[in-house]
Ligand binder design. Structure first.
Ligand SMILES: Cc1cc2nc3c(=O)[nH]c(=O)nc-3n(C[C@H](O)[C@H](O)[C@H](O)COP(=O)(O)OP(=O)(O)OC[C@H]3O[C@@H](n4cnc5c(N)ncnc54)[C@H](O)[C@@H]3O)c2cc1C
Length: 352
């Protein structure tokens, strides 16, 4: 029997960064992933500290963002390539109410680090008579190459097994056994698949499908900034960009749909009409691991504390997972309680 400290199921962004933190702390880790498509590689990886019509700061962003930038920089230095690109975002101000809300926020304490100024209509995008709000400290994570580098790193550490994990193969004793491996702890990082996990499916997950288009302009040039009007346009080069993302609570599969494509193209026609001549080069769909209470799910099974969960990062994985993986690695080391502890849901499902 081989022994590890932690057996992690899932090599999306959550499993990858948690495994990285655990290995960094000197633990023996095995990461199991089936190698299929996942939410992390479909995602645009956007980080946007101030969101919604009311322009509200994301919870704990003042802590989450510096931790995320620090970790992505460390990973860039380790693997010799850039993973996180900062790019200002322009949010369309649809009317006078939006202009007033932007002006209010520009003078609200704690927002100056994230908001620059109201800008007039862009030369390339004249359809914004009320202008744009320029946001700072926005950007995007190149999740796909990051996960590829981390998978290669886990392989060099003898910490990776590409195979489908079958729940029935897990022997849940005090020291869980799976195939030829015993582990102190099993940590499930399965994204939306956790809805089918026999030990954690009681948690109020809320899976949400999303679709994204990749497009190529024949001529012309795109703005330097990310544009946002609920849906966003993310320029990747002078002529290539992505636009997304849809939210569908009903059809929870990974099939691209004509309806999502039409929704995204209609939206683009409103906030960036000059981009609609572009050709669609790809359409991807994935499922976000959202939760009903909009908080991540981390912690331990109340009856099998050797089974842990690291999940529920919804639509904000790029921002949240770095700090949460550091805190949960400290938790697994017995140093601190779980961040955003699932024990808040024990009473509803395990009375007494
Ligand atoms: C369309 C779309 C757009 C998004 N845009 C953004 C964005 O702009 N910014 C942002 O921060 N977030 C965005 N997200 C959300 C982001 O993708 C998630 O927050 C994050 O990637 C979740 O990571 P995860 O590791 O928990 O899940 P996943 O990435 O889904 O990883 C779970 C992994 O577990 C593996 N797995 C599950 N079960 C098993 C099993 N039994 N055996 C073996 N392997 C298994 C899966 O194959 C997968 O690799 C978006 C998501 C979607 C779908």
């Amino acid at each position: 029997m081989n022994k590890v400290d932690f057996l992690l199921i899932g090599q999306g962004l959550a499993g990858s960064l948690l495994a990285y933190e655990l290995i960094r702390r000197g633990y023996r880790v095995m990461v199991v992933d089936n190698g299929g498509a996942n939410a992390s590689t479909v995602a645009a990886g956007l980080i946007n500290p101030v969101t919604g019509m009311r322009l509200v700061k994301s919870t704990d962003v003042d802590l989450l963002l510096p931790a995320a930038k620090r970790l992505y920089q460390e990973l860039a230095a380790q693997f010799g390539q850039t993973f996180y690109l900062e790019k200002p975002m322009l949010r369309l101000l649809r009317d006078e109410t939006a202009v007033k809300q932007a002006a209010k926020r520009l003078h609200t304490a704690g927002y100056q680090a994230y908001l620059a100024a109201v800008r007039p209509s862009l030369a390339t995008h004249q359809n914004a008579p009320s202008g744009w709000l320029e946001q700072k400290q926005t950007g995007y994570l190149l999740t796909k190459p990051l996960l590829a580098c981390l998978r290669d790193y886990f392989i060099t550490q003898n910490s990776y097994d590409q195979t489908a994990f079958d729940y029935q193969e897990l022997d849940v004793t005090l020291k869980p056994q799976w195939r030829s491996l015993t582990a102190r702890q099993v940590v499930f990082c399965e994204g939306h698949h956790a809805r089918h996990n026999p030990w954690f499916s009681w948690l109020p997950f809320q899976a949400v499908k999303g679709e994204i288009l990749s497009l190529q302009l024949a001529t012309g040039s795109l703005p330097q900034q990310i544009l946002n009007d609920g849906h966003w346009l993310l320029p990747l080069s002078e002529t290539q960009f992505r636009t997304g993302a849809t939210f569908d609570h009903q059809r929870l599969d990974c099939q691209p749909t004509a309806a999502a494509k039409a929704e995204l193209m209609d939206s683009l026609a409103r906030f960036s009409p000059s981009s609609t001549s572009a050709t669609v080069t790809a359409q991807l769909a994935g499922i976000r691991p959202c939760t009903w209470d909009k908080q991540p799910f981390t912690g331990f099974h109340p009856q099998h504390p050797q089974l842990a969960l690291f999940n529920g990062f919804g639509a904000k994985g790029s921002l949240q997972i770095p700090l949460y993986s550091q805190r949960f690695a400290d938790c697994l080391a017995g140093l601190v309680p779980p961040p955003s502890d699932i024990s808040r849901h024990y009473a509803a499902h395990f009375p007494g």
